[in-house]
Ligand binder design. Structure first.
Ligand code: HEC
Ligand SMILES: [Cu+2]
Length: 344
């Protein structure tokens, strides 16, 4: 629960890695203090001790000290490496979703968060999750960049147009927590807020079964695949099928025309549907039409979920998206504000 009884410096720690983030943050503050306080004190001390006593005095020459110079190089080296290494450990832990995580789809949109559980329940600006279980969010957005931020879990990840990003957490304490959009996304950005409800696992199971919310993402995808979009006319299986085999595809390596390879993760499947010509599978003709503009983000999630379900034994996504190279991200200046003003 949010505690407002006293001035609160930090939000409550409500996920398994919250304490790690706080400990690292505390360590950074400590390092900053250890380096800044003595320096400022020494400044005052020396400026008084060595103040000008007589005009044009010539001070005694001091020659270098090997011991001193070694120390002030080696100590900061270890201090900065300790920040780097602990930071990297916390980061990789936070952005590597465990294989056994329960999956929830999140779509950002000006100005709301739309969630869908694997069992079909939909929520808007609310997210119900069980305590003590690993939860993985697969996120994207319909318009500009948004950022999914749960301060009490000490986790935040951008939702980026045109691809999937992931976040995971294991909530420790049942209660109600703030959910924010942490990337300026236009006029009503400040209203793009919500609530995360962490429930006891058995309450959550009740909530989930008492809230039957229509079709599951896999069912939505299957329906699109077999009926509405006609994917099955090429991908139905059997010897004469014109499309590539999709059974067992997820998380395997695909050989592409032109000699490259790709791992068939969520982004690959998504891209195969939207830009089929950009990654043509070896041994096939580039006859697949693009479905860009014909499917919503939620329908895409369904198609991806359905194609994943054709590979029952595949593990979850291999790599953390947020751990991708920074240059793969949208250029800093090209974020939400680019598109947002037009809507105002
Ligand atoms: C006109 C026939 C045709 C239709 C319709 C079609 N595909 Fe394809 N699809 C292909 C062919 C051919 C390939 C292999 C060549 C390529 O990668 O473009 C392919 C490749 C793919 C791949 C990559 C497979 C791999 O092994 O890497 C995916 C995923 C896919 N299609 C999904 C879909 C979905 C989902 C739909 C419906 C929304 C669809 N396709 C509709 C013909 C089709
Ligand atoms: Cu937003």
């Amino acid at each position: 629960m949010q505690d407002s009884s006293f001035v609160q410096l930090f939000p409550q720690q409500a996920s398994t890695f919250a304490w790690q983030v706080d400990a690292l943050y505390g360590y950074l503050i400590l390092v900053s203090l250890v380096f800044s306080v003595p320096i400022i004190l020494a400044m005052f001390y020396f400026s008084i001790k060595y103040r000008e006593r007589e005009k044009y005095a010539v001070p005694k020459e001091i020659h270098g000290s090997m011991v001193l110079e070694t120390l002030w190089s080696v100590i900061p080296f270890f201090v900065s490496m300790s920040v780097f290494i602990t930071g990297a450990i916390v980061y990789f832990n936070q952005y590597t979703p465990p294989d056994d995580a329960m999956e929830i789809y999140v779509v950002g949109k000006q100005w709301m968060w739309k969630m869908q559980h694997a069992t079909g329940q939909r929520e808007i600006n609310e997210l119900h999750v069980p305590a003590g279980r690993n939860v993985k969010l697969t996120m994207t957005t319909e318009d500009v960049i948004h950022s999914f931020y749960i301060p009490a879990f000490r986790t935040k990840a951008d939702a980026v147009p045109g691809r999937y990003t992931y976040m995971w957490f294991n909530a420790t304490t049942p209660g109600k927590y703030h959910l924010f959009c942490a990337e300026y996304c236009g006029l009503n950005h400040s209203g793009m807020i919500g609530t995360v409800y962490v429930m006891e696992p058995k309450d959550f199971d009740n909530w989930l079964s008492g809230n039957t919310g229509g079709e599951t993402p896999v069912q939505v995808g299957k329906d699109l695949f077999e009926n509405k979009l006609g994917c099955a006319s090429c991908h139905a299986g059997g010897p004469q099928q014109r499309g590539a085999k999709l059974e067992g595809l997820f998380n395997t390596e695909v050989h592409l025309v032109g000699g490259g390879t790709a791992i068939a993760d969520e982004d690959y499947i998504r891209n195969s549907i939207l830009n089929p010509a950009s990654q043509v599978v070896e041994g096939y003709q580039p006859i697949m039409p693009t479905f860009k503009g014909q499917v919503t983000e939620e329908q895409l999630n369904g198609l991806v979920a359905y194609i994943k379900s054709l590979s029952p034994n595949a593990a979850a996504a291999p790599a953390a998206p947020a751990a991708k190279k920074p240059d793969e991200k949208a250029p800093a200046g090209k974020k939400a504000d680019e598109k947002a003003p037009a809507k105002e």
